[in-house]
Design a protein around this ligand. Structure first.
Ligand code: UDP
Length: 211
């Protein structure tokens, strides 16, 4: 999973999501807030690694025969993201792109489509927590998949539909402000990320296990 502040707030309130987050093989800190929280609670989290940077680096290092499937985002976005990745990594093998939806009634058709494509790497962009719950529920029906990642807005960034914050804003942890200005409908999420999350860290952080 690629957790950020909002996802940790979600995990604080929902036992199922907390268990999911605690049970993954790897969690990559996708927000500067998590790095600050780690510092505050004296845990070891050296730096932020975004979903889009993870996917970009992973695809650059894939072996030629590794089949990849991109699921999620609005129609046409996964295809545009795949095209952007293929331009940089012509050796990549994209075996499928599908916008789909995280609704349970759509899952059987999506599972069949992915099974037929037989990817080893599955990238799912339904937004958190839907993407992570979808993976947890359906991974066992997808025997070819060795690695599945919930990648949030990664396809939108790769497709150029959403512009990333300028480097200086990212470096000082203000990417949330950039996204708030460009997408005001995110206000609820941003409130949880920049107000609720730090409060939870202040209240509960001192009890965090040191690592
Ligand atoms: N999304 C989707 N189906 C849904 C809800 C979201 O495909 O029912 C996609 C949305 O189009 C976007 C991605 O999920 O591409 C997640 O976007 P968001 O901005 O929430 O992700 P973040 O990077 O902030 O976690």
């Amino acid at each position: 999973m690629t957790p950020n502040n909002e996802m940790l707030v979600e995990a604080a309130h929902h036992e199922d999501f907390r268990q999911l987050l605690n049970g993954t093989d790897l969690n990559i800190p996708d927000s500067t807030g998590l790095v600050w929280m780690a510092r505050f609670t004296r845990q070891c989290l050296p730096e932020r690694v975004t979903g889009v940077d993870t996917v970009t680096a992973l695809c650059a290092s894939l072996m030629e025969e590794t089949p990849v499937f991109l699921l999620g985002a609005n129609p046409g976005i996964a295809e545009a993201a795949a095209a952007a990745l293929l331009r940089k990594n012509p050796h990549m093998k994209v075996v499928g792109c599908f916008a789909g939806s995280p609704q349970e009634e759509d899952a059987p058709a999506i599972v069949n489509m992915i099974r037929a494509a037989a990817p080893h790497l599955l990238l799912v962009a339904f937004g958190a927590p839907a993407q992570d719950l979808w993976i947890a529920k359906h991974l066992k029906e997808l025997p070819s998949v060795r690695v599945a990642i919930g990648v949030g807005g990664t396809f939108d960034f790769l497709a150029g539909k959403v512009k990333r914050a300028p480097e200086f804003m990212r470096s000082i942890g203000l990417e949330w402000l950039w996204r708030l200005i460009r997408e005001p409908r995110r206000i609820g999420r941003i409130w949880r990320a920049v107000v609720v999350f730090p409060l939870l860290v202040l209240i509960h952080g001192k009890h965090a296990p040191k690592r």
